[in-house]
Design a protein around this ligand. Structure first.
Ligand SMILES: *[C@@H]1O[C@H](CO)[C@@H](O)[C@H](O)[C@H]1NC(C)=O
Ligand SMILES: *[C@@H]1O[C@H](CO)[C@@H](O)[C@H](O)[C@H]1NC(C)=O
Ligand SMILES: *[C@@H]1O[C@H](CO)[C@@H](O)[C@H](O)[C@H]1NC(C)=O
Ligand SMILES: *[C@@H]1O[C@H](CO)[C@@H](O)[C@H](O)[C@H]1NC(C)=O
Ligand SMILES: *[C@@H]1O[C@H](CO)[C@@H](O)[C@H](O)[C@H]1NC(C)=O
Ligand SMILES: *[C@@H]1O[C@H](CO)[C@@H](O)[C@H](O)[C@H]1NC(C)=O
Ligand SMILES: *[C@@H]1O[C@H](CO)[C@@H](O)[C@H](O)[C@H]1NC(C)=O
Ligand SMILES: *[C@@H]1O[C@H](CO)[C@@H](O)[C@H](O)[C@H]1NC(C)=O
Ligand SMILES: [Cu+2]
Length: 577
């Protein structure tokens, strides 16, 4: 049964692939608010064209893309195209209150952008915390034929390379997410009223399917990674969550009695059919392109008997899998990494192996800990871009941002004092008016076009912040280089000084990406460098929805010296309001 439900979207995707050879690609996304039960438990949620996750948008590098959204939701919305650089189209970045007005209920909005990049991306709401209500879907852009393919680094057999290219062009798009029975508004209200930064979810979903799995609290407690168990030092709740948020979240007011029942504890099991991915060994290779649409959780992703990898909110990895195993079923396991003991599951079944009794060997357990010593863990700082590119050797500007809690356990800032206003989504968009009054109280960085900018994210752990989870910091528009990282305090006034004093903290071949994760523990810093080349108003923010909604972001007014006159370039239903 499960297989039939899974195959439907694949067939739809193949249809799309066949029909989008044209350079102009148009999609219409109808957003509706209805009851749904991805994990067997009903709640109100967002569907896109009656699907959850929304339909995959598949296109070719070089395509001119236009995406119309029709907002049938009972609240404002917007759609952001995560990782899409929006070269010369800053008004299509989809951030309410920054690059556009929120799209009102009953209204429509059209995003136009050029697919100047290839690879795996995704779209999601960027108005309040609506990712938690289900507004997301995958984007895949196939590389143009004149791109060099990297597969000769894996094999020198032309047949093998061709099989990998086929797999690359017809990937399995795997959207991973955490799912809660509360709506995003109710979840944020629970934080405001209880005073806690809450991390607890009900399920982990693979392509929108999962279950609520309840286990004995003692068993869950034993499944915690030892370094976390040492800190939490308490029996977990039946949802695998920390019962003592209080101890770790600083000396602010907390009202545990205001936590809604079932949020941090109170597990009620529920089963729904999992996602099944059917692979055919005749294809020789399969590309699994993972997308983390998680609102709260860092994840571990594992396919039995394969290397395992960390996946933080917003990140994507394409994994080329050689289909040389015995025809059988293999488990995909997705575990919470850190603040909750929880897992979600899916199955990869070889064609012809449906009835095999073979039991695949797990490489991680329910708590995300490796179960064999032969396991290889992806090192996400040793993935240089292909073909290799390097940042400039020095930057024009330097900014040191200090990450921590502010004013309460659940509110976060990127610089210790100022933070994104909670009403960002209702502000006059900065792109329309760089002097927008709402910006006065925002943390912002103004840059000149064609300059290089360094930003250091410093984590401090003095009271009242105490512990911090790793923050997945996402940069809108063009990517940045992760040039360095180290424990301790960044005590220099520039990257140049730091390189001279501590060369071992800097990478020879920096990764080039749109999401960077801060260290999970202690005083530590990471440094990024980026080129200002796309004038516009863009966010740089923590991609945990609760942290973003509570203020953890900075507005980049990039190339403000040469900003486009938005009114004359783009009309749009709400642009000129
Ligand atoms: C998008 O690409 C088309 C075709 O190459 C080009 O004419 C157009 O100017 C591009 N749009 C933007 C905003 O750069
Ligand atoms: C762990 O909790 C126990 C019981 O509450 C307490 O006695 C002990 O000191 C705690 N250990 C640490 C390392 O905090
Ligand atoms: C997990 O991996 C570590 C590091 O490779 C290894 O030391 C440990 O033995 C592994 N755990 C198990 C249960 O094999
Ligand atoms: C990961 O790769 C980086 C960059 O090559 C290297 O500095 C670091 O030591 C590696 N980490 C591990 C755990 O191997
Ligand atoms: C944070 O709290 C301080 C003192 O209570 C208050 O003055 C300030 O306005 C608050 N900041 C924000 C952004 O709410
Ligand atoms: C909805 O968007 C409009 C602009 O289109 C804005 O004025 C209003 O404040 C927004 N409402 C909310 C609740 O954010
Ligand atoms: C880092 O700086 C903070 C103050 O901002 C200080 O409390 C802490 O001791 C310093 N840590 C180290 C390792 O120097
Ligand atoms: C901004 O700088 C980039 C990189 O140098 C350049 O390609 C682009 O044309 C500039 N944009 C404007 C509007 O000057
Ligand atoms: Cu964060």
């Amino acid at each position: 049964m499960a297989r039939t439900t899974w195959l439907a979207p694949i067939v739809a995707a193949i249809d799309l692939i066949a029909s989008v050879q044209a350079a102009h690609v148009h999609y219409t996304l109808d957003l509706t608010w209805k009851r749904g039960s991805p994990n067997g438990v009903e709640r109100e949620m967002i569907f896109v064209n009656d699907q959850f996750p929304g339909p995959s948008l598949i296109m070719d590098e070089g395509d001119e893309v236009s995406i119309e959204i029709n907002n049938h939701l009972p609240f404002n919305t917007s759609v952001h195209f995560h990782g899409i650089e929006q070269k010369n189209t800053p008004w299509s970045d989809g951030v309410s209150g920054l690059s556009q007005w929120g799209v009102l209920p009953g209204a429509s909005y059209t995003y136009n952008w050029n697919a100047t990049q290839y690879g795996t991306y995704w779209y999601h709401s960027h108005d309040r915390s609506r990712i938690m209500d289900g507004l997301y879907g995958a984007i895949y852009i196939r590389p143009s034929p004149d791109r060099d393919s990297p597969f000769s680094m894996i094999s020198d057999d032309p047949d093998d390379i061709e099989a990998m290219e086929n797999a690359r062009d017809n990937p399995y798009l795997v959207t991973l997410s955490d799912w809660d029975h509360l709506t995003s508004d109710a979840y944020m209200q629970a934080e405001r009223e209880s005073g806690y930064d809450i991390f607890c979810s009900d399920s982990i979903l693979v392509n929108g399917k999962g279950s609520v799995i309840c286990k004995d609290p003692e068993e869950l407690t034993n499944l915690q990674p030892p370094q976390i168990r040492a800190v939490v030092n308490a029996t977990l709740t039946d949802k695998g969550c920390d019962p003592n948020l209080l101890v770790l979240q600083g000396d602010w007011a907390h009202h545990p009695e205001k936590l809604p029942g079932g949020l941090n504890s109170g597990c009620v099991p529920s089963e729904a059919p999992p996602s099944v991915f059917e692979v055919d060994s005749n294809a020789q290779w399969a590309s699994f392109n993972f997308i983390s649409a998680a609102a709260l959780k860092a994840l571990w992703v594992s396919i039995d008997e394969h290397p395992i990898m960390p996946l933080y909110n917003g990140q994507r990895y394409s994994v080329m899998v050689k289909l040389d195993q015995d025809p059988a079923s293999y488990q995909m396991r997705v575990a919470g990494n850190g603040n909750q003991v929880i897992s979600g599951f899916a199955t990869i079944t070889y064609k012809g192996g449906e009835n095999s009794q073979h039991e695949s060997v797990p490489y991680i357990d329910y708590g995300g800990i490796n179960t064999t010593s032969s396991v290889i863990v992806l090192n996400d700082t040793s993935l240089p871009p292909y073909p290799e590119i390097q940042p400039a050797t020095y930057a024009d500007e330097f900014h040191l941002l200090t990450l921590g809690r502010i004013n309460s356990s659940w509110e976060w800032t990127l610089d210790g004092t100022t933070f994104l206003p909670a009403n960002l989504a209702s502000m006059e968009p900065a792109l329309i008016n760089p002097k927008s009054p709402g910006l006065d109280s925002s943390l912002k960085i103004e840059t000149k076009n064609n300059t290089w900018v360094d930003i250091v994210f410093q984590l401090v752990i003095p009271p009242p912040t105490l512990l911090q989870p790793p923050h997945p910091i996402h940069k809108h528009s063009n990517k940045a280089f992760l040039i360095g990282s180290s424990q301790g305090n960044f005590t220099w006034n520039s990257i140049d000084d730091a390189v001279r004093a501590s060369p071992q903290s800097f990478f020879d071949t920096p990764v080039y990406r749109d999401t960077f994760t801060t260290s999970p523990a202690g005083a530590a810093w990471i440094a990024i460098r980026y080129h200002v080349e796309n004038p516009g108003a863009f966010l740089l923010h923590c991609h945990m929805e609760t942290h973003l909604a509570s203020g953890m972001g900075v507005v980049l007014l990039d190339g403000v010296d040469v900003w486009p006159d938005v009114h004359s370039v783009k009309g749009g239903s709400h642009m000129g309001q």
